[in-house]
Write a protein that binds this ligand. Sequence first.
Ligand code: FNR
Length: 377
Amino acid sequence: PALHTLLNLDEIEAAAKMQVSKKCWAYYFSAADDLISKSYNNAVFRNILLRPRVFVDCTVASTETTVLGHKIGTPLYVSPAAMARLAHPDGEAGIGKGITSFGAMQLVSNNASMTPEQIVANAAPGTIFGWQLYVQNDRAKSEAMLKRIAKMRDYYKCVVLTLDAPVPGKREHDEKSNLESQLTVDSASNEKVDGEKRPGGGGVGQQLFFGTAADLTWQTTLPWLAKHTDLPIVLKGVQTHEDAYLAAQYARKHPGSVKAIILSNHGGRALDTAPPAVHTLLEIRKYCPEVFDTIEVWIDGGIRRGTDVVKALCLGAKAVGVGRAALWGLGAGGWKGVERTFEILQAEILTCMKLLGAKTVADLGPRLINSRMVERD
Ligand code: FNR
């Protein structure tokens, strides 16, 4: 189908499913165990209601905001996701091209299918990128990547350290499709791949995780990372208010290190029945709201509609990520499919803001939503 006839993210996903390989579909779609966190990530937004105010002149509304002090055109960003070229040869660079006109940020996966250099080669000046790190057992490999990233500081403005998947979750769709046709994982940026034999069996996810360290700690990993990068550090995969508090405490003690956290359960792909980011956001509001004053809080997981994004912003998120949606856009039509995905979401965000009585991102706050139905603990 022509891209302009696709009106929402479900239709983009359906179009992508028709076009990508079975293996690609299984890898992107898959989540851990029974897909409970994955489906709840989205369902949770249905139980948060909006509280629209009237008599607000909203002829014009704007989604402009900042992350880590940098101006961005929209709080909507692309979450790091491995292997975009499984969906389309445009790959991660195509994702970048598709989101350029929105001024959105792109976080690039450690396991991207193109090098970080290739991905920014044709980026519009001023575009904000982040590079996501899975610390490797062989630390020298990660250190070498951090050196490469440091050379592209016009583009890469942060290092995103993913913490929620020290081991891969059990993703049965992925595993099953890999049983049917064994894929050789070839991730250009992923130095650990070079010359190393991967174990057979498991899904694409398990193969990509080969060599990833599971021994990260507050005490050892952050000092090591700070030694090898002077970019701001973003901790991805925080799932409790306790860890959000520890991140903020660390940030206060070590200025110039941790600058943001991403509340995420990895799109439900790591620990099934782990909470959706919105729950963690609500916990932080309740138990340690000072976190919001110390570090930025970004969230991802289950975003399907502009209203989902706006609700997260109302609850205090500074930026909101999409993982699968960008990949499905790529699968549906290469970079143009990504552009269509962002066009749909961006228009929905603006419509939502106007109907809610909010002209700017700064206008969005808890007064505009009712989250009582999801506040249970
Ligand atoms: C991911 N995610 C992920 N996260 C990360 O830190 N590094 C990675 O390499 C990947 N790879 C990856 C591959 C695929 C196919 C998916 C779907 C996801 C998780 C990702 O950053 C994000 O947390 C979720 O995708 C957000 O949920 P939604 O938007 O997919 O529902």
